[in-house]
Design a protein around this ligand. Structure first.
Ligand SMILES: [Zn+2]
Length: 176
């Protein structure tokens, strides 16, 4: 018999599993096979609800694929096997099967993929790094998926709020 005071959070979590849990699927959900957007964001649990709220209310997107990988948009900013792997999965599943027309790449504040906010000398440097990486990521994805819209976004704290910033399409007009 375990004393309450000796319980660890882990043990309490285990006792909390509901073996009868069921979920009522929204009507017609199982019959849908297409969605318009895939969202690539970091795995960080702190931003899950906020990011979903931004996609649903800030972008007006209810049905979207999600791909979570440490660093989010950072994954596409530099050459390497992980960006090829993620792009392959987007192509095979999101584009070929789900017929998405848009890729949303997200970065978030204090991202462990960058060593956290403490890794930067200032908030300005942190913000500039996210913007710069998202630009590189968008360039790569535009080349890889020329027919898709690429939306790049990051968030930044403002008091107790998180502000979401969508990068403008500055280089769009130059495309030949
Ligand atoms: Zn992160």
């Amino acid at each position: 018999m375990v004393h309450r005071s000796e319980e660890t959070p882990h043990m309490r979590e285990k006792q909390g599993i509901d073996p009868e849990f069921t979920y009522r699927m929204p009507q017609g959900n199982m019959e849908q096979h297409h969605c318009s957007t895939v969202v690539v964001s970091c795995i960080d649990f702190r931003f899950r609800e906020a990011n979903d709220a931004f996609i649903e209310k800030g972008l007006g997107e209810k049905n979207f694929d999600t791909l979570n990988y440490p660093g989010g948009g950072k994954s596409f900013a530099s050459d390497g096997p992980e960006r090829e792997l993620l792009a392959d999965k987007i192509e095979q599943v999101c584009v070929d099967l789900h017929d998405v027309k848009r890729i949303v790449i997200m970065n978030h504040w204090d991202c462990g993929g960058y060593g956290g906010s403490g890794h930067f000398h200032s908030p300005d440097e942190e913000e500039e790094t996210y913007r710069s990486d998202l630009e590189k990521a968008r360039e790569y994805l535009k080349t890889r998926f020329p027919n898709l819209e690429i939306v790049a976004v990051y968030n930044k704290p403002d008091g107790e709020d998180l502000k979401y910033r969508v990068l403008e399409e500055a280089a769009e007009e130059e495309a030949a």
